[in-house]
Design a protein around this ligand. Structure first.
Ligand code: XMP
Ligand code: MG
Length: 192
């Protein structure tokens, strides 16, 4: 059965998401001219955005992937963030790292990743997030995204890489689910 029946409302259409990738891609291409750009996609949520964004970046760059996990209770992330699959680049010295994320919520995940890359000696670390939920930011979080696709209210969104219970990532748009889709959520280890 189609996933479309579970969707309550579409927030960002395929065309709007393509326009975001174009806008941010050209901004990044200008800002990183003559730098040593390494784009790091945070798995799994950012893969579709990453694929669209990198095709709109016109300067030479390298790409890499990292997986961060935190202990989740349903749709809430906790503070315990750990790297479960590290970069394939072992020495980040000299790289200007651009972290690409699907959504910045409490900010704990990207605070942790930014700290790790800075401590390992990256030349610079900046953040490009498709969506930002500024209302949700944790007080302890210091990082600020340089590139933001769009700001969203405090609602749980799915599609274009974003999941609920690992599903709906393959929707070409971003939207919210009907309330009846959420069953009783148990505490679970979740991969972003
Ligand atoms: P923090 O809180 O560390 O977490 O900034 C960011 C991660 O939380 C997940 N997240 C969402 N995933 N729809 C999703 O599918 C949402 O509305 C949402 N809000 C937060 C996501 O995995 C992100 O990487
Ligand atoms: Mg997720």
């Amino acid at each position: 059965m189609s996933m479309l029946k579970d969707i309550q409302k579409v927030f960002f259409s395929k065309e709007e998401l393509e326009a975001i990738a174009r806008r941010l891609g050209s901004q990044i291409s200008r800002d990183y001219e003559n730098r040593n750009l390494l784009i790091v996609s945070v798995l799994k949520g950012s893969v579709i955005f990453m694929a669209d964004l990198m095709r709109n970046i016109t300067i030479p760059c390298k790409i890499d992937f990292i997986t961060a996990s935190s202990y989740h209770a349903g749709t809430e992330s906790s503070g315990n963030v750990s790297v479960t699959d590290d970069l394939s680049v072992k020495d980040v010295h000299g790289y200007d790292i651009l972290i690409v994320e699907d959504i910045l919520d409490t900010g704990r995940t990207l605070q942790k990743l930014s700290d790790i890359f800075a401590r390992k000696g990256a030349n610079s670390v900046t953040i490009c997030t498709l969506l930002d939920k500024p209302e949700r930011r944790d007080k302890s979080v210091k990082i600020k995204p340089t590139y933001i696709g769009a700001t969203v209210e405090n609602e749980f969104v799915v599609g274009y890489g974003l999941d609920y219970d690992q599903k709906y990532r393959n929707l070409p748009f971003i939207g919210i689910l009907k309330p009846e889709v959420y069953d009783n959520t148990n505490a679970q280890e979740e991969t972003h």
